[in-house]
Design a protein around this ligand. Structure first.
Ligand SMILES: [Cu+2]
Length: 469
C-alpha cells in the first residue's frame, strides 16, 4: 500500500524551562505513553509540495516512497480513504483537484500555506490529479492515482491518549525576579483517541491537547524554540497572545518537518493568554488541537490556592457525525460552515469526566485557568452547582474581578481565571451552558470529597411522609 502513515511513538520533548541557567524539567513522563503502540491506519496519506522541476511547474512528493519524485503516481487500494496534503513550496497560487472523486482543495496562497483533500478511492483503475489554476496543468502540474484491488480488511485501531490531565500544570512562578526563560515546544501529529472507539489524527504541541501550560512572570524574556517532529507532514508555527510583535511570533517560528526555529520576546503584560498554531489554514490547525495557554504572572505571583487546574475548549469537524466509531476524517466544508461534530474539553470525549476528573475537598480553594482554542465558538463556562467567587474576564488577571459569577463568557482566542471554594461534597458537572454541546462531548466532572454540610445543602423530608398520592 502506498505510503502508510504510522506514528511510531517517537519520544516527545518535554517542556523544559531553563531559569537563570538551570534547567528544570516540568511535565511528567506520562507524556511518553505514546510509545505504547499505535496500530497502522487503514487509510492512506500523501503529501505533495508545489515547486519547479526541470524548468516546469510540478507537484513534488514528500516522505515515504514518493519522496522527491516529480508528479508521483499515488498508489492506493479500492475503498481507501485517501488524504492528499498540499503544501505551497514556492509561493505561487495553486490547488489540487481529483475530478473523478469530486475532490478539490482550497487554493494555497503564499509559501508554506497548506490544504488537504480527502476522498474514497473508487473502482480499481486510474485517476488524475492536477492543479486547476488556469495554465498550471498544461505547465506540468499533473499526476496519476493508481487504484488497486482492495487488500484484506485491516485490523481495528485504537489511538493513544492525547487528552491533557487538567492537573498537569507547572507550579506557580511566585516571587522571583524577572529572568530569561527557555521554552521548548514540539509540533507532533499523531493518531489519538477521540472517544472510546473513535480516533482522529490530531496535530498537537508536545503530543497532548491542549499544549503544555506555559508559566512565566512579567518582565521575563522568553526564548521560545519550536521543533516540528520529522514524522510531521505539515508546517507548523506558534502565535502567543502574550507577545508584542508581528503575528505573535508566527513568522519567526514557521517550521518545516524535522526543523527547529525560534524567537525571543519580553512578557510586558501580566495575564492569561491563548497560544495557537498560526500556519494556514489556521482554523484547521487550531481545530486539530494546536492551542494552549500561557500565564504571565504579575510581580509577586498570584495568591496561593489549594488546587489549580488547566482546562481548554475546542471543536472538531469530522465527515461522519458525532459518535461514529473508527478513524474520523477532518471535514473542510463543515469547518467553513462552522458546523462542528464534537465539542471537547482537553481534546477528547470524556477527558475531564472519565479520564481525569478534577478533585477537591470541602473547604478547599480552587482556581481554574480556562481558555477557548475554538477555533469558532464562544464558551459560556459554568459549573453546575458552583458559583465562582471571582472571575477575571478575558484573562485580565490584574483587573478587578467580577464576583458572584454563575457563567462567564469566553470567546475564541481568550481565557478566564475563575476562583471559588468548594463548600459541599458531591459531583459537579463542568459545562458550556450552551447545553446542546453536552450531547457532542462537552462535559467534565469536579469531584468534591468530605463530610456532608447540611447547614448549606440538604434534602427536605417529604411533607406527606413519602406516601403515594
Ligand atoms: Cu500547525
Amino acid at each position: 500500500m502506498g505510503m502508510l502513515r504510522n506514528w511510531t511513538g517517537a519520544a516527545l520533548t518535554l517542556l523544559c524551562l531553563s531559569i537563570a541557567g538551570q534547567t528544570a524539567a516540568n511535565g511528567a513522563g506520562h507524556d511518553m505513553n505514546g510509545a505504547a503502540g499505535v496500530h497502522g491506519r487503514a487509510d492512506v496519506s500523501f503529501t505533495l509540495r508545489t515547486g519547479i522541476a526541470e524548468g516546469k511547474m510540478a507537484f513534488i512528493g514528500r516522505g515515504g516512497t514518493i519522496d522527491g519524485k516529480v508528479n508521483p503516481t499515488l498508489n492506493v487500494h479500492e475503498g481507501d480513504r485517501v488524504q492528499i496534503n498540499l503544501i505551497n513550496g514556492e509561493g505561487a497560487e495553486h490547488d489540487i483537484v481529483v475530478p473523478d472523486f469530486h475532490a478539490a482543495s482550497q487554493h494555497v496562497v503564499g509559501k508554506g500555506a497548506s490544504s488537504s483533500i480527502v476522498f474514497t478511492a473508487g473502482s480499481p483503475g486510474s485517476a488524475v490529479y492536477f492543479c486547476s489554476i488556469p495554465g498550471h496543468r498544461e505547465a506540468g502540474m499533473e499526476g496519476r492515482i493508481s487504484i488497486a484491488v482492495a487488500p484484506p480488511a485491516a485490523k481495528g485501531e485504537t489511538g493513544v491518549s492525547i487528552d491533557r490531565d487538567p492537573a498537569d500544570l507547572p507550579p506557580p512562578v511566585g516571587d522571583r525576579a524577572a529572568t530569561t526563560v527557555r521554552i521548548n515546544l514540539e509540533a507532533v501529529e499523531r493518531v489519538g483517541r477521540l472517544d472510546e472507539h473513535t480516533t482522529y489524527t490530531y496535530w498537537t504541541f508536545n503530543g497532548k491537547v491542549p499544549g503544555p501550560f506555559l508559566r512565566v512572570r512579567v518582565g521575563d524574556t522568553i526564548e521560545l524554540h519550536l521543533k516540528n517532529d520529522k514524522s510531521s507532514v505539515m508546517q507548523h508555527s506558534i502565535d502567543l497572545h502574550a507577545v508584542n510583535g508581528t503575528g505573535g511570533g508566527a513568522a519567526f517560528s514557521a517550521v518545516d518537518p524535522g526543523q527547529e526555529r525560534g524567537f525571543a520576546f519580553k512578557a510586558l503584560t501580566p495575564g492569561l493568554f491563548v497560544y495557537h498554531c498560526a500556519t494556514p489554514m489556521v482554523a484547521n490547525h487550531i481545530s486539530n488541537g494546536m492551542y494552549g495557554l500561557i500565564l504571565v504572572e504579575p510581580a509577586g505571583g498570584l495568591p496561593k490556592v489549594d488546587h489549580e487546574f488547566y482546562v481548554m475548549q475546542g471543536e472538531l469537524y469530522t465527515t461522519a457525525p458525532f459518535g461514529t466509531p473508527g478513524a474520523q476524517e477532518f471535514d473542510l466544508d463543515k469547518l467553513m460552515a462552522e458546523r462542528p461534530d464534537y465539542f471537547l474539553f482537553n481534546g477528547a470525549v470524556g477527558a475531564l469526566s472519565q479520564d481525569h476528573p478534577l478533585h477537591s475537598k470541602v473547604g478547599d480553594s480552587v482556581r481554574i485557568f480556562f481558555g477557548v482554542g475554538g477555533p469558532n465558538f464562544t464558551s459560556s463556562f459554568h459549573i453546575i452547582g458552583q458559583i465562582f467567587d471571582r472571575a477575571y474576564e478575558d484573562g485580565a488577571i490584574t483587573s478587578t474581578p467580577l464576583t458572584g459569577v454563575q457563567t462567564i463568557s469566553v470567546p475564541p482566542g481568550s481565557a478566564t481565571m475563575v476562583e471559588f471554594t468548594t463548600k459541599v461534597p458531591g459531583k459537579f458537572t463542568i459545562v458550556d451552558h450552551a447545553l446542546s454541546r453536552l450531547e457532542k462531548g462537552l462535559a467534565g466532572s469536579l469531584l468534591v470529597s468530605g463530610p456532608a454540610q447540611p447547614a448549606l445543602f440538604r434534602a427536605l423530608p417529604d411533607e406527606d411522609g413519602g406516601k403515594e398520592r
